[in-house]
Design a protein. Structure first.
Length: 338
C-alpha cells in the first residue's frame, strides 16, 4: 500500500504523503506550452493531452498522487449542457438554471446516458504510466456546481443558489439530487478506468450557514460519495463553522481543511475517526523558502494527532506560484530537504 492509501486507511505511513490541489495547471511552464491553442474543456476531453498534463506534476515534484486533469463541469458538458471555461474567470453557462421549469428541462437528462469514453480513455492512459502512484479522481459537489449553474457563472456569495433553497426547496432538491447523480457518474467512470481514490470538491460550501449546509447540501454530497467503493476525501473552503458535518456521517475517509483553521484544532473538532488533508496557506508559497518551510513543518506537527494526515494546500496552487517551491515542500515532507 502506498503512503497516501495508508494515511486514508488510518495506518501510519512511512513518510507524510503530499499532493497539491491544482498541481496540474498554470504554475507549470510545460503545461502552459501544451495548452497553447486548445480550449480548457477540449483539452480535458482529449485523452492523450489530459493524461500527459496529469503526469507532468508527478514527474516534476515527486508527489504521492496524481490528480486527474479535468474539471468539475466536464460531466455537465458530457450531459449536453452548454458550458465553457473563460480564462481568468471560470465556468460560464449559456442558459442559467433559475426557475422550476429550468430545473425540469435539465433533470430530464438521464445522468446514466452521458458518454464517458474520453474520460475513461484518459484515465486508462494515465494509470498505465503511473505505476504504483495512485490516481485521485474527482468531481464537484452538488452545491459548488449549482453555485455556477444557477448564477450562470462565477459569483462571490452564490446568492441565487442559496436563495433557491428557500424560495423553492422542492426545485432545489431536485436540482441538487440530479447534480449528485451526474457527479457520481463522473466518479464511477474514473473509478472503473483505474482511479484509486476520489475527492469531492465543495469549494464554495463556506458561503452557507451550518443550518443550510445540513438541510440542503450535506444529504446530496453524501449521495454523490456513498458506496463509491474507494477511499474518499471531502474538501471545502471556509467550512470551519460546520467542519464535523463534512464527514458526511462517516462516508468521507478524509476531510480537507483550508488555511484558516489550525490543523490541530480541526482534528479536535473532527474527532479520531477520520483523516485530515491540508492545510498549507497558498499565500505562503510566495514567501522565502525558510518562511514557507517553517510553516510546512508547523502544519505537519499539528497534523500528528490526526487518524491520518495528507499534506496539501488549503486550496489550489495559484497560477503565479514558482513550481520549485512545491518541489521543495515534497522533499521536506519526505525528509529529503531541510
Ligand atoms: O490539478 C488539479 O487539481 C486537477 C485539475 C482540476 C482543474 N479544475 C483544472 C483546471 C481540478 C481538480 C479542478 C476542479 C475545479 N474546477 C474546482 C474545484 C477546485 C477549486 O479550485 O476550488 C472549481 C471551482 C472549478 C471551476 C473552475 N475551472 C475554475 C474556477 C477555473 C479557473 C478559471 C481561471 O482561468 O482562473 C477553472 C479552469 C481550470 N480548471 C484550470 C485548470 C488547470 C485553468 C484553465 C487554464 O489553464 O486556462
Amino acid at each position: 500500500m502506498t503512503d497516501l492509501l495508508r494515511a486514508l486507511a488510518g495506518e501510519t505511513p512511512e513518510k507524510t504523503p503530499v499532493w497539491f490541489m491544482r498541481q496540474a495547471g498554470r504554475s507549470l511552464p510545460e503545461y502552459r506550452e501544451l495548452r497553447v491553442g486548445t480550449r480548457m474543456l477540449d483539452a480535458c476531453l482529449t485523452p492523450e493531452l489530459a493524461a500527459e498534463i496529469t503526469l507532468q506534476p508527478v514527474r516534476r515534484h515527486g508527489v504521492d498522487a496524481a490528480v486527474f486533469f479535468s474539471d468539475i463541469v466536464i460531466p455537465l458538458r458530457l450531459a449536453g449542457v452548454e458550458v465553457e471555461i473563460e480564462p481568468g474567470r471560470g465556468p460560464v453557462f449559456a442558459d442559467p438554471v433559475r426557475t422550476a421549469a429550468d430545473v425540469d428541462r435539465l433533470t430530464a437528462i438521464d445522468p446514466a446516458s452521458l458518454d464517458g469514453e474520453a474520460i475513461a480513455a484518459a484515465v486508462r492512459l494515465t494509470v498505465a504510466e503511473l505505476g504504483e502512484t495512485p490516481l485521485i479522481g474527482f468531481a464537484g459537489a452538488p452545491f459548488t456546481l449549482a453555485a455556477y449553474l444557477v448564477e450562470g457563472g462565477p459569483s462571490k456569495e452564490h446568492l441565487r443558489a442559496r436563495a433557491m433553497m428557500h424560495a423553492d426547496p422542492e426545485a432545489w432538491n431536485r436540482l441538487a439530487g440530479w447534480l449528485a447523480r451526474v457527479s457520481r457518474r463522473f466518479l464511477e467512470i474514473q473509478r472503473d478506468a483505474g482511479a484509486s481514490v476520489v475527492q469531492l470538491f465543495d469549494s464554495w460550501a463556506g458561503s452557507l450557514s451550518p443550518a443550510d449546509y445540513r438541510a440542503f447540501v450535506a444529504p446530496h454530497s453524501r449521495a454523490a460519495l456513498d458506496g463509491i467503493g474507494l477511499p474518499a476525501i471531502h474538501f471545502g473552503v471556509g467550512t470551519g463553522p460546520f467542519l464535523p458535518d463534512m464527514r458526511l456521517d462517516g462516508v468521507a475517509d478524509a476531510v480537507g481543511v483550508d488555511w484558516r483553521m489550525p490543523l490541530d484544532e480541526a482534528v479536535g473538532l473532527l474527532g479520531p475517526d477520520v483523516a485530515v488533508q491540508g492545510n498549507i496557506d497558498p499565500a505562503l508559497l510566495q514567501a522565502p523558502w525558510e518562511v514557507l518551510a517553517a510553516h510546512v513543518r508547523d502544519v505537519i506537527d499539528r497534523g500528528r494527532g490526526a487518524r491520518g494526515h495528507i499534506l496539501n494546500l488549503g486550496h489550489g496552487v495559484p497560477p503565479e506560484t514558482d513550481p520549485d517551491q512545491l518541489t521543495r515542500i515534497v522533499a521536506l515532507a519526505h525528509g529529503e530537504q531541510d
